[in-house]
Design a protein around this ligand. Sequence first.
Ligand code: ADP
Ligand code: MG
Length: 714
Amino acid sequence: MQNARNLLQKYYGYADFRPGQAEIIASLINGTDTLAVMPTGAGKSLCYQLPALLLPGTAIVISPLISLMKDQLDALSGAGIPAAYINSSLTGAAVNERLYNTRAGRYKLLYVAPERLESAYFREAIQTVAISLLAVDEAHCISQWGHDFRPSYRAVGPFIDSLAARPVIGAFTATATAHVKQDIIDLLGLKKPATYYTGVDRANLSFAVSRGENKKDFVLKYVAANKDKAGIIYAATRKEVDNLYAVLRKTGQPVGKYHAGLGDDERRQSQEAFIRDDINIMIATNAFGMGIDKPDVRYVIHYNMPKNMESYYQEAGRAGRDGDPGECILLFGAQDIQLQKFLIDQSVLDSERKAGEFAKLKAMVDYCHTPACLRRYILDYFGEQAAAGECGNCGNCNDGNDLADITAEAQKVLSCTVRLKERYGINLIADVLKGARNKKVLQLGADRLPVYGLLQEYGLQDLKDLINRLIATGYLGLTDSEYPVVKLTALGAAVLKNEAKVWQKTPKRPQPAAQDDALFQQLRALRKSIADSLGVPPYVIFADTTLKEMCAYRPTDRQALRSIKGVGESKLARYGDDFLHIIRQYCSEHNPPPRPAPPAPATSDAAGDDTPSHVATLRLYQAGHPLAAIAARRSLTLLTVQDHLMRCSREGHEIDWSALIPARYEALILAKIDELGASRLKPLKDALPDAVDYAAIKATICKHRKNLLRPGGQ
Ligand code: ADP
Ligand code: MG
């Protein structure tokens, strides 16, 4: 495996394998058929590309999407790996040329679409090729039970049987259901396969659900606060996509849209613009995304609840493939349930399958309402044991402090619903509470009701939001009819009788992100111009994570640049000098304090196999590495790195707090802790300037905990 590790550094510029990769690669090299189930972004491609490099001959890779083959190939050629693809986008002459090169042994990998395997001409042409490995990517496409059944995948099994010498076979998927796994094994004819399963958890993704939020408002604020980040916003219908697109266009944001109602060309252009960083917000239906390999999507917002957890996790999972933090937010509205019910009802499924779909929908709705840890809910749903405790990285784990008692307002809304005899919709209830004098209110004589104008100090939209939240949290119900009518639920009735209280989270408003590093923006601009001149997506040049490491370490010579994660030999030779030029220029203009050299690539950063992870973090920190760089290098979130240091402190290690606590705020933070206590973070955060983040508050508490625990020094 040392060989594999060397190639990992040489071609990809990575020092370490991700979980599962080394084992899967070893299994394939040993000639064992292998089924690898790894979540999106876990790094499946490398698991067949490295064996292809190590084994003699050419690996054949079956890949479902023609549109993605080119990007994959651009990435491989960027890394200096000889490879090609054959699909229907090529002319006959181009296909022949590639077949000729394949027979001459010029490629380590040949990507083909499954349809190609049925061509007698193709089968004939590769009879003499030494096939090192047959890799079936997105292998779940072979199963009817999967979510992306492609009949053409059924050609793979017979193709394997037709080969004179059977190569070792690797099958790769993110779908883990037993049905699908068995189908893959049976239909590909895997022989005594080794199965690897790395789990479905994506530690770098944070999950949040917002119920009854004013969605449009939320999205507008969110994208304004996250201007430079790439994100996808999924909506349930084409119409909703069109509307939201129009709204965001008006703000001048670089935004695109994608749904099945657009022409092929329009869709392709839109997808391309997103992948190439020409636009950074994509508003789409679920038609968008299958196989989108863009690694630096930083958020996925669901404007509507999807039909089941499988769809949700797959779509949300398109965030953060590069291992950096990704935010997954679901904006739940009660109308979403009606729409999904309607779609299932209208579908052509038989009644048994329909019942199954309704059950899945119910689990999805439950996800939107659970007060418990969302990550745990997801892992439970997919049948996986979650680690003990809460994840600390989802809306429910983080927001516990934001609860407010809104029983009084809620009672007014509930009472108004009852006074209107549970016969009207959200708008009328809001009008009556606001004290509006429109035609409908006056016609009904609602202005003579005792509840009229009871919440007139609220904005009309705020009232609608409040009603929506009460619906979403089960105090009110909404009928399935064409014009949904608001009804009182048993829970709501209990509140009216003062038998229950209404506690609600004040919706978390997106905060503008900290100003991005100027150097990072310069490196991005350089990357974009190189990518455009070569006609490839920017991430093919360098991933965001690589640019961030460059900012953290500011290497100024080739040797130091080689140590940056994601800089392999081929990219170093091709682009190294251009990037070094920008970094040197930046350093001479800004004269920033010197940075330590990045750890040499050959030595892994884990200080030794039995060093606990948090202590390994501390060692790197003590060696002078910036927190962001430690996070990137160790594939951890910044939050985890910060927590590691605090844990080390609690265990008695000496910590230099300067990277966590801004010196000029420390006294102020302490003063506020004195005033408000240290048991709840949220009031402290609210009372301090925006520049003081949660980490700074937690670190201050940790640093001074002895004095805080024993006031008066007893
Ligand atoms: P998958 O096919 O499993 O969804 P990919 O193969 O597309 O994932 O890889 C996702 C991202 O992870 C890519 O940007 C890839 O370069 C990166 N990656 C893969 N393996 C490693 C590794 N060992 N270290 C760092 N990054 C990696
Ligand atoms: Mg993949």
